[in-house]
Design a protein around this ligand. Structure first.
Ligand code: 5AD
Ligand code: SF4
Length: 588
């Protein structure tokens, strides 16, 4: 680590509290000659050189002792980007500002990345950047990336190839296009990205989005800039994510980040760092705001939502402890105290009885009876649980270090169904994990038949560096066998889902309208309590809210729909009337 890197790291540690021990921060000179237009300077190249020289001299001067003292005495609270933090010594305050430059954000991967995109945008917007949906007019392109499987990363490399052409073709009369990699891939590959794709200007790991204005300022001067520090406490609690579509009926609210489970196949603990929860108070504040905006559905988001544990205040350490699900263990030392998921769910569900509450993704180990009882009792908590099994073979589950056997998992499914009658279940499965035999695979097939999930997310195993499986196990299932097993799982899942979904035919279900169906402008599309898509004709219907009147349903309306047909993924029906969540209960 050179002196500049030390300085930057020390600065951050002082101002932002504890940081993960293993971290990486890089700032280096870009060899490429880029140009910056300016009315004062007719030659973009000369100006770039000027900027670089100016920048280099400030860089050489470095921070003063006073600068450290200032940092040390600053409050431990994270600075919000709007409060224009003191710039580092090698940048001027105005260089941290976007000055109306246009940012194009592209999201890959899971819902966490969608939420991270909103957080990154919220930070950039406060710094004076503008958002564009037009790639051609962008000054900055940021890709929010995923590393969970090899294929996800390959998609990004391909995209970078296309963007390279866009960057090199950019007219010299325009400012150079800056390209950034955000999220898990930046965290996993770090400098390797710069080495492979010289046109990438900046890297920001999942815990470094507050640093984006600085990284962009450095990139603007022609340097490559990176911050892939992982944090022990960053939850972006004070950054209100800016939703992309203001007419949305539902929103995701991040409640925790990172993962401590260390399943042997998974890269997430390495890219997103240690598990940490956002304070309950700040979550409730965000949910209240969303309710005030008229949103009708909130999904609590995190890698292990139901492992939630708010330890932000000392007195929370005396909170009543909750149990693991029966037959489940953890890969980490038992944690104590803190406000748990049942407390949060209770509070969130009371904010607005007309607002549906969902959560994803939970881990099966953290379903104590308090949580199940709450889901059963509260009308606005959806009776839908994602219960990632990953495999139906106890032998494979052990190799995956999931902390449960097939038997414990099946017992939990029975317990859930007894506690929450009619609950819809979904799951994740991996086909072809290290050492998976044909017999193990058949155990997964039989689990799919036994549980009969409503929804499934099925993947072929993809070996990831750094994971325990990478170090200790052999990726010995041939690719074609993985794909064949995956196909078989998909077929079985579809057969079973069709069977369970057909039970709904003839029933009346409450649907939250999202908008027009993508397939037909004469149909509306919404979701039932189990999160299944429901399609029905966009016709006039009785208005249960204003008796005697007729209405056409709008996004955000609750509509009672009589189900007339079902497939493995969709229900179809016709609307009976517009209603409210509370009034709809009379029909069930
Ligand atoms: N290969 C294939 N699938 C994986 N998942 C996580 N890691 C891998 C991997 N290395 C799947 C798991 C997880 C979901 C989000 O992605 O099923 O639940
Ligand atoms: Fe990955 Fe397991 Fe954590 Fe899920 S629980 S993010 S699969 S390590």
């Amino acid at each position: 680590m050179n002196s500049l890197q030390c300085v930057l790291q020390a600065q951050r540690s002082l101002r932002w509290g504890p940081l993960a021990a293993v971290s990486w921060l890089l700032l280096r000179t870009c060899r490429a000659h880029c140009s910056l237009p300016s009315p004062a300077s007719p030659s973009p190249e000369r100006q770039e050189n000027g900027v670089q020289k100016d920048f280099s001299s400030r860089l050489a001067t470095g921070p003063t002792f006073q600068h450290f003292l200032r940092s040390a005495s600053a409050p431990q609270e994270k600075p919000s980007s709007s409060e224009a933090e003191d710039p580092p010594p090698y940048l001027r305050k105005e260089e941290l500002l976007g000055r109306q430059r246009k940012v194009y954000l592209e999201t890959y991967g899971c819902q966490m990345n969608v939420n991270d995109t909103d957080i990154a945008w919220s930070i950039l917007q406060k710094s004076g950047y503008l958002r564009t949906g037009n790639l051609q007019e962008a000054d900055v392109i940021l890709l929010v990336t995923c590393s969970i499987r090899e294929k996800a990363e390959q998609t990004i490399w391909n995209r970078l190839h296309q963007l390279k052409t866009l960057k090199t073709k950019r007219l010299h009369s325009r400012a150079p296009l800056r390209i950034g990699i955000l999220g898990c891939m930046a965290e996993r590959l770090k400098e390797e990205i710069f080495n492979r794709e010289k046109m990438v200007d900046l890297l920001a790991g999942p815990d470094a989005y507050r640093d984006l204005p600085r990284l962009l300022a450095v990139a603007e001067s022609g340097q490559q800039a990176a911050n892939v520090l992982l944090s022990l406490d960053e939850t972006y609690a004070d950054v209100l994510p800016v939703q992309m579509s203001p007419s949305a009926t539902s929103a995701f609210v991040s409640i925790m980040r990172g993962c401590d489970n260390m399943c042997s196949y998974c890269i997430v603990p390495f890219t997103r760092g240690r598990e940490r929860s956002r304070p309950v108070a700040s979550i409730l504040e965000e949910v209240r705001k969303l309710s005030d905006q008229g949103l009708k559905e909130v999904t609590l988001l995190g890698q292990n939502v139901n492992s939630f544990r708010d330890n932000s205040e000392v007195q929370f350490n005396n909170a009543v402890s909750t149990n693991l699900s029966r037959g489940f263990t953890t890969n980490y030392k038992t944690k104590q105290g803190g406000l748990r998921f049942s407390h949060l769910l209770d509070q969130v569900s009371q904010v607005d009885p007309e607002m549906r509450i969902r959560f994803t993704s939970p881990h099966p180990k953290d379903f104590p009876d308090e949580v199940l009882q709450l889901i059963q009792e509260r009308d606005n908590i959806c009776k839908q649980i994602h219960l990632p099994a990953q495999s139906g073979s106890s032998r494979v589950l052990e190799a995956m270090r999931r902390g449960y056997s097939r038997e414990a998992y099946v017992e939990l499914v029975h317990h859930l169904r007894e506690s929450i009658p009619g609950v819809c279940l979904s799951s994740d499965f991996i086909a072809g994990f290290c050492g998976e035999t044909e017999e193990d695979h058949q155990h997964t097939v039989s689990l799919l038949r036994e549980v009969q999930y409503n929804t499934g997310f099925l993947f072929a195993y993809s070996m990831r560096q750094k994971t325990r499986a990478y170090h200790r196990l052999k990726d010995d299932v041939p690719e074609e066998v993985k794909l064949r097993r995956l196909e078989e799982l998909i077929t079985v899942f579809r057969e079973e889902a069709s069977k369970v979904n057909k039970i709904s035919v003839g029933c009346t279900q409450l649907v939250l309208v999202e908008g027009l169906s993508k397939r037909s402008v004469t149909d509306l599309c919404g979701r039932n309590d189990g999160n299944l898509k429901v399609i029905f004709p966009d016709t006039e219907m009785e208005d249960g809210i204003n008796p005697g009147l007729k209405v056409r349903a709008q996004p955000g309306d609750y509509v009672l729909v009589k189900i007339t047909s079902a497939s493995s993924q969709t229900l179809k029906g016709h609307a009976l009337c517009r209603t409210t969540l509370k009034d709809s209960l009379a029909y069930c």
